[in-house]
Ligand binder design. Structure first.
Ligand code: SF4
Length: 221
């Protein structure tokens, strides 16, 4: 759907790409950073490999079911066609790729509803609690999307929905405050990648109990 800029793999970190001379990381890392940034270190710098949790496997299955159902009636379209169609009517898109070369982030939006006066960017999550880590992930999508739509001044909303349901349990306008908040987090992640800052472990033992890296982590509380 998009013309992707030329990219190269980072020499040391598999999920990081170098795009136009700048490190570019997956937007899902904003979620991982909010949970515990030391997990990013273990997985991507130390190469610790662990099986996905049961919740992750269930989530992936539900996600692909939704995707197949959506594809039964979906019509393939380019970014420009989608944007144009949404100026006069509602357009729903899934697995919408976004990239920001400026902020060094990229990802796939679960679902985006476009209308003549707004965009609602929806991320599906298990459960219905708006954790800050989930909010940061959806803010990351909003920021990348905002850069892509350039001078289109329709308002952007960030929303979290309980996976497999229609329950949008959290929604907010992606305003300047939200934008500044996520830019700050993104800068921190870039500083972690470049080694300017240290990956800090969470101090919350409840997170460690649930963490899939628990067995291999030398910093767990
Ligand atoms: S066990 Fe705790 S400190 Fe270690 S990566 Fe997991 S959440 Fe972070």
């Amino acid at each position: 759907m998009l013309n992707n800029p030329e990219s190269y793999p980072h020499p040391l970190i598999s999920e990081v790409k170098i795009i136009e001379g700048k490190n570019n990381f997956p937007i899902s890392w904003l979620n991982k950073q909010g949970f515990c940034e030391y997990g990013i270190y273990l997985e991507n710098m130390k190469g610790v490999m662990v099986k996905p949790t049961r919740a992750m496997v269930k989530g992936a299955k539900e996600h692909s079911l939704l995707e197949s159902k959506f594809k039964e009636e979906a019509v393939p379209a380019t970014f420009e066609e989608i944007m144009e169609a949404s100026e006069t009517g509602e357009v729903l898109s899934r697995e919408f790729p976004v990239i920001s070369v400026k902020y060094g982030i990229r990802g796939l939006i679960d679902e985006i509803l476009m209308t003549p006066d707004k965009f609602i960017i929806i991320d599906d999550k298990p459960g219905a609690i708006p954790y800050i880590s989930n909010i940061h992930q959806v803010y990351g999508y909003c920021l990348a999307f905002k850069e892509m739509i350039d001078e289109d001044d329709r308002r952007i909303f960030a929303a979290l929905r309980e996976r497999g349901t229609d329950d949008v349990y959290w929604k907010t306008y992606f305003n300047r405050k939200a934008e500044n908040e996520i830019i700050k987090v993104i800068k921190r992640v870039h500083n972690l990648i470049s080694g300017k800052k240290r990956f800090l472990p969470t101090k919350n033992p409840n997170k460690c109990l649930k963490c899939r890296f628990n067995k291999f982590c030398d910093k767990k509380s």
